[in-house]
Design a protein around this ligand. Structure first.
Ligand code: MG
Length: 259
């Protein structure tokens, strides 16, 4: 999970959630090494506008940022006084605000975190104000919000709902929400429904196309929702990101391998 490309260092950081570690793929040598262990069963990662690592942690039920000096700061761990569920995936908007999803996968069992009590009434999408650090719930009508990404002009936020994982006939789609000037969200509709398993993490390319994880690989959608094609992968795909010198290489995390 959680692939994040660091252009200056030419390496990719990614999460091995059940093994409680983060790994680093060095693009200069092809070598993979342990980046952080224990990792607090971290899941989604991203790189903020300053080039810092932002991480969702299941075990500690928080979102953190790793500074240039290596110090780890807590960005969010509570909402209205209650512990978060288990932050899953995260993106940073150009204004520095941090947006993350908070489904309960990390506290439902001991496999990807610790079994624990859900304190928040629901699984929401949250936004953290870059100036004040205040945390808001910006979407509260998801079953299990998961991957998320902005359109290139940041007028739209796409959010996956993997509610079908534990709910018969639950959602297995990506929704579109309009980002208002005050950073509130207005639901637009369902962008696409997954035809192979569920959409977990995904990214939007500079032309607005959505490249999303699915059970049989990566599905690529035109901004109008048309399925353009698939990158077949021989195991479940959890997430992906773009990297390389030109940002045109796709790094894909599968269940047991990085592609
Ligand atoms: Mg996810």
């Amino acid at each position: 999970e959680g692939p994040a490309w660091f252009a200056a260092g030419r390496y990719l950081v990614f999460s091995d959630i059940p093994n409680n570690r983060m790994l680093r793929y060095d693009d200069t040598s092809g070598h993979v090494s342990v980046f952080r262990q224990p990792s607090n069963n971290c899941n989604g990662n991203t790189v903020d506008r300053q080039g810092r690592l932002v991480t969702c942690e299941h075990l500690t039920r928080r979102v953190t940022r790793t500074g240039f000096d290596g110090r780890i700061d807590v960005i969010a761990d509570r909402f209205e006084g209650k512990r978060l569920n288990s932050p899953n995936d995260v993106v940073v908007k150009s204004d520095g605000s941090i947006w993350f999803t908070d489904p309960s996968y990390g506290i439902m069992h001991d496999y990807e975190g610790d079994y624990g009590t859900q304190e928040i009434d629901g699984c929401h999408v949250h936004r953290v104000d870059p100036q004040t650090g205040a945390i808001a719930a910006v979407a509260t009508d998801f079953v299990k919000p998961n991957g998320l990404a902005f359109s290139p002009d940041e007028s739209l936020l796409y959010v996956a709902d993997t509610g079908a994982s534990h709910l018969k006939d639950g959602p297995r789609h990506i929704r579109t929400l309009r980002v208002n000037p005050d950073l509130s969200l207005t639901p637009v509709g369902i962008f696409a429904t997954c035809t192979a398993g569920m959409f977990d993490g995904f990214r939007v390319d500079p032309k607005g196309r959505i490249w999303t994880s699915a059970a049989d690989g990566v599905h690529c959608y035109d901004p109008d929702g048309t399925l353009i094609g698939k990158v077949r992968i021989p195991e479940f795909v959890s997430n992906l990101t773009f990297g390389g010198d030109k940002g045109n290489r796709l790094f894909i995390t599968g269940t047991t391998s990085l592609y």
